[in-house]
Design a protein around this ligand. Sequence first.
Ligand code: F6R
Length: 344
Amino acid sequence: MYKVDSMDMFKALWGLPEQCQDAWRLGMESPLPQAAAVSNVLVTGLGGSAIGGDLLRVYSSGKMSVPVAVNRDYLLPEYVDESTLIFAISYSGNTEETLSAYEEARRRGASIMALTTGGKLKQMAERDGVPVLEIPGGLAPRAATGYLFLPMLAVLQRMGLLQGVEGEIDELVRCLQEIRESLKPESPLESNLAKQLARNLHNRIPVIWGASGTTEVVAQRFKGQINENTKAPAYWNVFPELNHNELVGFEVPKELLEKLHVVILKDAGDHPRVKIRMDITKGIVAKVVSGVNEIKSSGEGMLARIYSLIYTGDYTSVYLATMYGVDPGPVKIIDYLKTELAGR
Ligand code: F6R
């Protein structure tokens, strides 16, 4: 397994708990954005640098009095103004959509904080006197999910917009340190949930279902990790919405439906009616797809619960890559696209 892993994705996965700890520390020590009154928060970024924004949106929705939105585009929504706090996030610091959105945020007079390892974003922010939260380089952006999310929580807490995150960080780190013992490559199939999931998803199309407000971003991330690490297709959706459309599409064609494998993500915070919906839905699709797995989050706080599922999904996608003989690290298609775009 380690042999086909040219970018040390397994090593990066193993280091996630300590990354989370370090990410929180960096956020607690960073300069703060100049913001008088914040009426909304916007995270702008793409791919692995945007998903932290989605995690922030879901995590903060029951805890913060101002809304959080995520922008994955060159342009910004019309409402962005001086009262908007913007986190411009790019791991490389060179993603053109993010640089364009950053310039637009400057024109609108928004309070900005750049979160990056360097690149043009860092240069531009330094030129403009915009605070830079510099995170360590050397990882694939999608392997830096701790660095690309948790510093924002620390900054928002220090700005008085969020409270009580600290205790959750300790629990998160402990919980991930515990889980990795069973997820690591040395842990055998019988006790390794990620290996079991990878075995079930092998030669199947994964369909990952989460729930709005709890595991929705985990489902999206799990799907993205299978795309980027395994280089395979995967799809995601959320309860209760999928009960109103996607579920109807499980009648025909039978021979294609048999190639699907459904994973349902479960969390203690799921709405009681959603829990019932999951059970009924499982009964319906189990008859036509190759199989259904339910995986439950562990831990008490929302951060531990969400990351426990992210961790399992991440490991699963890397095991699945090795089962196909694929190197999980390089994303040649994304690199090709970026090079092509730079030349035009
Ligand atoms: C690669 C990855 C991508 C990048 C995206 C944006 O591991 O996850 O989704 O995150 O292409 O690049 P950055 O993060 O450098 O702004």
